[in-house]
Write a protein that binds this ligand. Structure first.
Ligand code: SF4
Length: 520
């Protein structure tokens, strides 16, 4: 029985920005007795169906955006006589859909790391179960990825996970409901060993693919202290100490490396943490800004964020400490008006963001917003191409609406057009070049320019544009540019690189004299 792991995508670019980590984690969880899995990432190229033979096991991981393609692959694999296993966040939420539409023999719910060997053993004995409960495993059980299987020349960045779960409860996000609100932190040793393995292969840039890299805020600590919750306080302090330990060890790695993560804006209140990030070579972070007005933040249950001038100041704080921000904004909130688009673009500019993304409010399964939306539409929601709009991911791409949430004052087209205009303005060549002035090296500025344009083409033009010529041009442009751009991120393999020892890591605070590294 051969094992296939497939990351579905209906668009392939030949080169991708970030490695889909789950493929290599499940490869790590595959018992060696089954041999090396055959890995296909369709963001690079489509699977060749001839590769799948009767009796093989095909693992397909899906999220909502690629579920439809995933089901197509499941049916193909089943027709060729393979065992079909679905996993991932969408399959966890809709296991029956994976069976009905994707011909799943088995569905893994939750984390696949520990349960995957059992699934394969059962399949090999012809005793595959319909459901496997992977649950939420602890941080010290996360399986390390098998990076030696990655086609190094196809990806710009690698990805490593350090923590799962997020204590917040934003209404548009499913992370806190699926991965839980209790942060499950991985051991520092395991994280560093994986990163060293990646640098040996020549990866210099690594995304820390975490739900929230800052799981304990100063406010959390203060509240636990004030309320006399001794056990809770000790737990929070341990989590925080381990974060600092990780960052101190990242600082020991070769200085041509860079890391990128996701974090909440509250980290701006914590200069010690930001300094440790900078020293740990965490050069960038995605920060969910979402809205620039207090009402907009209330709309998404994110009133722990700041608005107006306080928001600009907070975002600038990251930059002052040497951490550059990719700000994420949502358009189409009930309180948005035509002025919101201009105001948001102005904040993105004044706050000194390095990158920004502007997404349209979309109800994702597993979120509070989605539940509210589904309930509001009742038992007989509108259908498009024979599919209820509440199962929007099953609507063929060409018929799929761009906006699902009726807005009180603006039409869907108006919101889409204005969103596109904000992307266009933010990613004009001149505007990007100006933004790149924090980078000293000319090659670094060129890399910034190219990655900005690739980012915009991958996510804006192919995501919200309705003009098919524009979408096709964007896909072609990205395909041409991604390959040379990858070289800007690659490093010479360091085959002899050793794992730095914990005792050699200087505690945070002893390294604060280091100037921000902005030259790369
Ligand atoms: S959006 Fe970010 S902060 Fe909010 S729940 Fe999701 S991961 Fe946590």
């Amino acid at each position: 029985m051969r094992i296939h792991l497939v990351n579905p995508s209906s668009v392939s670019f030949g080169t991708a920005v970030i490695t889909p980590r789950w493929l290599y984690v499940l490869a790590g969880a595959t018992p060696r007795a089954f041999g090396d899995p055959i890995i296909t990432d369709e963001t690079l190229e489509q699977i060749d169906p001839q590769q799948v033979q009767a009796g093989d096991a095909v693992g397909i991981g899906i999220h909502t955006a690629n579920a439809l393609r995933g089901y197509e692959l499941g049916r193909m694999a089943k027709a060729r006589g393979a065992h079909v296993i679905f996993g991932g966040i969408h399959a966890t939420l809709y296991p029956q859909e994976a069976r009905d539409l994707g011909s799943a023999d088995a569905v893994v719910l939750g984390d696949g790391d520990m349960v995957w060997p059992q699934v394969l053993t059962d399949c090999s004995r012809g005793k595959c179960q319909p459901t496997y409960a992977g649950g939420r495993i602890e941080g010290d059980q996360f399986v390390a990825a098998r990076w030696e299987l990655v086609p190094r020349e196809r990806y710009m960045w690698a990805s490593v996970q350090t923590v799962r779960g997020c204590p917040k409860h934003c209404s548009f996000c499913s992370v806190w409901r699926t991965d839980g609100q209790r942060p499950r932190q991985r051991t520092t040793d395991a994280v560093i060993e994986e990163i060293v393995q990646l640098r040996r292969l020549g990866f210099r840039y690594i995304a820390l693919a975490d739900d929230n890299f800052y799981p304990v805020t100063l406010t959390d600590l203060e509240l636990a202290r004030r309320n006399g919750h001794t056990a809770r306080l000790a737990e929070l302090e341990t989590l925080r100490r381990e974060r600092f330990e990780l960052m101190a060890r990242l600082a020991q790695l070769p200085h041509d490396m860079g890391f990128f993560t996701q974090i909440t804006m509250e980290a701006a209140e914590d200069p010690e943490f930001l300094d440790a990030m900078r020293e740990g070579q965490i050069k960038g972070a995605l920060v969910g800004v979402e809205a620039v007005t207090p009402q907009g933040l209330k709309d998404v249950y994110k009133d722990f964020n700041k608005a107006g001038e306080d928001l600009v100041e907070r975002l600038q704080t990251f930059r002052r400490h040497g951490v550059y921000v990719l700000g994420s904004f949502i358009f189409g909130l009930p309180s948005d008006s035509p002025e919101t688009f201009e105001a948001t673009a102005a904040v993105a500019d004044r706050a000194g963001l390095a990158f920004a993304q502007f997404v349209m409010l979309t109800p994702f399964p597993g979120t509070v917003d989605y539940d509210r939306w589904e309930k509001k539409l009742g038992d007989h929601p509108q259908e498009i191409a024979g599919v209820p709009i509440t199962r929007r991911w099953l609507i063929p791409q060409e018929h799929r609406p761009k906006l699902y949430w009726p807005h009180p004052t603006m039409s869907a087209d108006e919101i889409r057009e204005r969103t596109q205009q904000v992307w266009d303005k933010f990613y004009q060549w001149g505007a990007i070049w100006k933004r790149s002035n924090f980078i000293h090296a000319r090659s670094g500025r060129v890399a910034f320019l190219l990655i900005s344009r690739i980012y915009r083409h991958m996510y804006a033009d192919t995501g919200i544009a309705t003009d098919s010529a524009r979408v096709a041009w964007s896909a072609r442009w990205t395909r041409w540019m991604a390959k040379p751009c990858r070289l800007l991120f690659a490093g010479k393999p360091m085959a002899d690189l050793q794992v730095p020892r914990l005792e050699e890591a200087r505690p945070a605070g002893q390294r604060l004299e280091t100037a921000p590294d902005t030259g790369d």
